[in-house]
Design a protein around this ligand. Structure first.
Ligand code: FAD
Length: 406
């Protein structure tokens, strides 16, 4: 059995950022990160890969390169949590004990919920920007399509980056418009939800693009089956099942808490780690915190949210470990740069209850309108901030309540 003072499960955006943030505060900390994968991905870049703006390798780095100096990387997969005994069990049966546990294994993409989908992903015109290996196929399909039907789907919430299903669609339409073929393509958006975007302030700008591109909107229409050979997709609607032919379909999979988390004592009713919305401390296990997509908080699940959460969890967890109480509160900030055309973004930034939380004053960037500056932010600035700021524990633009790193 290993023992580390602090054990972090998941070396994604949240795990690496939190470890770095803690080490910025105290470089002597004994932290282990449990993470099985050899690669770390900048997933927000996959929308751009699907639109031919980034090449896929731009969004991946060796895990070894992003592991903070001084951290013990346990190259293993967590199998279960035993919070009553302060241990994590790994899939090889070994156990890791901790004083402080940080839970951040992300969200599970549940492709299997859609009949026939897994067999045909990456073939027969069936694609998804939600996988590193498939995002380049989206771009290939978009370039190849000159006429026919293109379907874009959105599953029920919660999903990571709720705007990503639409982003794929708008950027595809932009390409077809530029090539002069958009009027020969029937573009349909099938959304399991009842609205275009959950925060109303951004909907008017998005509706202008829906009209410009001639997109058909189908609400409360949930993808349930894909037949790749026949090139047909079936949707559950309020009036029964509807089957549609397609030439290409961009699928966003249903998303759920990872199985091993859902089946553990740490899970709440939704399967995600049951933590306080503001302190991110576990509601029943005081030495456990969770953040990122695996947390039960009601924020928009984004890397932008993680950027704000990581320093808050770092200071709260260290305070609790030192015998104190949590000292910082998260306001639910999340951000979704809606790429409405190549060169323009509607920069949605909001917190709990849909409260708008813009980073910039309106005269610099009005987030409710398509802006060129927001596109530059998305394509040039944010990837750099992710690799060099957030993952390294350099905390610019964090929540004002968060005590600065020592
Ligand atoms: P992840 O980054 O997914 O990391 C989870 C880690 O846990 C992984 O490394 C995984 O290997 C590891 N893990 C899983 N199971 C185990 C286990 N059993 N044991 C140990 N480790 C485990 N966000 C934005 O801010 N802006 C955007 O524009 C944006 N666009 C997106 C577009 C797409 C197509 C996608 C897919 C995501 C997008 N996101 C965006 C969302 C963003 O990528 C996620 O919200 C963010 O990565 C969440 O961080 P995380 O650390 O919680 O999860």
């Amino acid at each position: 059995q290993h023992k580390h003072s602090i054990v972090i499960v998941g070396g994604g955006a949240a795990g690496i950022a939190t470890a770095s943030s803690m080490l910025q505060r105290d470089g002597t900390l004994d932290i282990a990160i449990v993470e099985p994968k050899a690669e770390h991905y900048y997933q927000p870049g996959w929308t751009m890969v699907g639109a031919g703006v980034f090449k896929a390798p731009f969004t991946a780095r060796p895990m070894a390169d992003v592991m903070p100096k001084g951290v013990t990387w346990l190259r293993a997969e967590a199998a279960s949590f035993d919070p009553d005994n302060n241990t994590v069990v790994l899939t090889d049966g070994s156990m890791v004990a901790y004083d402080l546990l940080i839970v951040c294994p992300g969200i599970k993409l549940d492709w299997g919920q859609i009949a026939g989908l897994e067999d045909t992903l990456g073939r027969n015109g069936v694609t998804s920007n939600y996988r590193y290996d498939l995002a380049p196929y989206t771009w290939q399909l978009v370039q190849g399509l000159k006429s026919g039907t293109a379907l874009f789907t959105q599953p029920p919430m919660p999903i990571k980056c709720a705007g990503a299903p639409q982003k794929a669609m708008y950027l595809s339409c932009d390409e077809w418009l530029a090539k002069g073929v958009l009027d020969k393509i029937d573009v349909q958006f099938h959304n399991a939800g009842a609205v275009l975007f959950g925060v109303g302030a951004y909907v008017p700008a998005l509706m202008e693009y829906v009209a410009k591109y001639g997109i058909g909107l189908n609400f409360t229409s949930t993808l349930v089956a894909v037949d790749g050979q026949a090139k047909q997709a079936t949707f559950k609607t309020e009036t029964g099942d509807v089957t549609r032919d397609f030439d290409m379909i961009h699928v966003v999979p249903p998303q759920v808490a990872p199985d091993f988390l859902r089946d553990s004592a740490l899970a709440g009713p939704t399967g995600f780690a049951e933590v306080d919305d503001f302190t991110m401390r576990h509601k029943r296990y005081p030495n456990v915190f969770a953040l990122g997509d695996a947390g039960s908080m009601g924020n928009a699940k984004t890397a932008a949210a993680v950027r704000k959460q990581a320093p808050i969890v770092a200071v709260n967890a260290l305070s609790v470990w030192g015998g104190g109480e949590p000292v910082a509160a998260y306001d639910g900030y999340g951000s979704c740069p809606l790429t409405v055309e190549k060169g323009k973004v509607v920069l949605a930034e909001f917190g709990y209850g849909g409260k708008l939380l813009p980073t910039f004053p309106t005269w610099i960037i009005d987030g409710t309108r398509p802006r060129r500056l927001s596109w530059l932010l998305k394509t040039e600035v944010l990837p750099w901030v992710y690799w060099n700021g957030m993952l390294k524990g350099h905390e610019w633009m964090v929540h004002p309540d968060t005590p600065a790193a020592a």
